[in-house]
Design a protein around this ligand. Structure first.
Ligand SMILES: C[S@@+](CC[C@H](N)C(=O)[O-])C[C@H]1O[C@@H](n2cnc3c(N)ncnc32)[C@H](O)[C@@H]1O
Length: 148
């Protein structure tokens, strides 16, 4: 077992899940603030130079999990670990956001897809070394072809 504690909370324009864009082609451009708690603020030292961040957070309002389920992107069922479903055995979310600016413990960001008040578990600089041509998008690429 692991004990995790929030390092902060998301200030997002979304009060309910229905308001968050979903499905194929959904764009996540919502702006908000990652509010890091004062006791962890020193950990943000030198973060200003990064354009994008990984945010690891808790689906604190999801209910249980299902190993096979449907998503708004496709009408076929998929395994939970082949999706980004909130209903997972360990309810962890991962979102890449653009860092707009920092004011002390407040990171102003764009690209939120989480509810207001969501607990933040970790923040890391976004770094990718995988060339675009090496990436495969599995069932999602098939769903995009079918939809177009
Ligand atoms: C499909 S998940 C993807 C989240 C993240 N980008 C990921 O890949 O882990 C995003 C959805 O989770 C739901 N959601 C957002 N914040 C939540 C929270 N705090 N608790 C439970 N569900 C949440 C909303 O329905 C939102 O549309």
């Amino acid at each position: 077992m692991f004990m995790l504690q929030p390092i902060g909370f998301v200030r997002s324009p979304y009060q309910e899940t229905a308001a968050i864009p979903k499905g194929l082609g959904a764009k996540h451009e919502a702006e908000g603030i990652l509010e890091v708690l004062p006791e962890f603020e020193a950990g943000l030292t030198d973060i200003d130079g990064f354009s994008h961040l990984f945010v690891i957070w808790a689906f604190d309002r999801s209910d249980g999990f299902e190993l096979i389920g449907r998503t708004p992107a496709d009408n076929r069922p998929h395994g939970v670990f082949a999706t980004r479903s909130p209903r997972r055995p360990n309810p962890l979310g991962l979102t890449v956001v653009e860092l707009l600016r920092r004011e002390k413990g407040s990171l102003h960001v764009r690209g939120l897809d989480m509810l207001d008040g969501t607990p933040i578990l970790d923040i890391k600089p976004y770094l990718s070394t995988i060339p675009k041509e090496s990436l495969r998008r599995g069932w999602l690429a098939e769903a995009e072809v079918t939809r177009s």
